[in-house]
Write a protein that binds this ligand. Structure first.
Ligand code: ADP
Ligand code: MG
Length: 327
């Protein structure tokens, strides 16, 4: 397949009609309408083979995840996704691989009504860059800054599962992707969390009316909460026992490892937000109406820094605060 046949294949697999796409794939640039009273949110993220996903990851899952990590960024801003661009760097023109990749991408795109409006296709080591675009009512997007002392810190889903999935894959490489066959097994669920993160779009929108700040957790709770605290010039106190996922992980892993995974494992793609205590109940109800549970994990404090206490009240040392590509 040549470059243009590959683009055709991607385009036909990801076909989704939106009336606000004025010019889509096929021209030198796309043109879109932005609804009255809204602003455009734009973000981009690259997945590099062997670094952001194991090299034996299925093409469908790479397609899904490359979009998911970007939709997660829009979710953290309280945005409604609308469009995506896809820059693919492929080692060869493998039709089967590209078809499967596009299927995974399209599966998630359809769930969120995201139209693929352009991209680029080049040859080189496998890497996928997606740019996602979405809308928020003007001036209403959630920011990392804005957390106030006394705010409750909440998350929209479990932590550590994806990192545990990676751990299970490394422990049992012979399983390969047979690791996804039994949805009742905890280790299989963790591998699914790694391969198929669910961007918290509805939850982000639900929080937009109540949260003082928000971020999506991609590099680990400690690192990403750290960004909120730095930009908000505050500190925080977190209770390990409240972190959703910690209990389940500590039943199958050592306490130390479960703790490390929930605090700094990464790849969680849940939204963390800070909510003033007098808005917490409304925020919980709004998130509940999306089918998710908002879990309180701690509060914002005046004293700078992040303190994490175990159920006995002892302070925990976080040695590696998340994941830094250049550390
Ligand atoms: P140009 O050379 O002007 O950059 P290309 O030949 O690279 O244009 O691309 C032709 C059209 O196909 C453009 O509209 C571009 O956005 C789209 N396109 C290229 N690669 C992809 C891709 N991987 N996914 C979606 N659209 C793509
Ligand atoms: Mg081009």
């Amino acid at each position: 397949m040549n470059e243009f046949a590959l683009i055709d294949l991607i385009q036909s697999t990801c076909a989704l009609h939106r009336p606000d796409v004025r010019i889509g794939i096929g021209d030198d640039a796309a043109a879109i309408d932005v609804p009255e009273g809204h602003e455009l949110l734009i973000c981009t993220d690259t997945l590099v083979a062997g670094r952001h996903f194991p090299i034996n990851t299925r093409a469908e899952d790479i397609g899904w995840k490359s979009l998911a990590v970007n939709l997660s960024d829009l979710a953290a801003m309280g945005g409604t996704p609308a469009f995506a661009l896809l820059a693919l760097c492929l080692p060869d023109s493998d039709e089967t691989w590209v078809r499967a990749f596009a299927r995974g991408f399209s599966e998630l795109a359809s769930m969120h009504n995201v139209a693929l409006i352009g991209g680029d296709t080049t040859r080189g080591p496998l890497a996928v860059t997606v740019t996602a675009l979405g809308f928020a009512p003007r001036g209403r997007a959630l920011r990392r800054s804005g957390a106030q002392v006394g705010d409750t810190i909440v998350v929209t889903g479990a932590l550590g599962a994806a990192a545990a999935g990676l751990h299970f894959l490394e422990l049992r490489p012979e399983c390969g992707r047979a690791y996804r066959l039994d949805p009742n097994r905890f280790d299989h669920q963790c591998v699914t969390a790694l391969d198929r993160p669910a961007p918290q779009i509805a939850q982000g929108i639900a929080l937009r009316d109540y949260a003082s700040s928000a971020i999506d957790i991609s590099d680990g709770l400690a690192a990403d909460l750290g960004h909120v605290l730095r930009l908000s010039e505050t500190g925080a106190d977190i209770e390990l026992g409240l972190l959703p996922g910690w209990q389940a992980l500590s039943e199958v892993l050592s306490l130390e490892q479960a703790t490390r995974l929930v605090l700094s494992g990464g790849d969680d793609y849940v939204v963390l937000a800070t909510v003033p205590p007098n808005r917490l109940q409304e925020a919980e109800l709004a998130v509940k109406s999306t089918g998710a549970v908002l879990t309180t994990i701690g509060h914002v404090s005046a004293e700078p820094g992040l303190r994490i206490r175990d159920p006995q009240g002892n302070l925990i040392h976080v040695d590696k605060a998340g994941w830094d590509h250049f550390a």
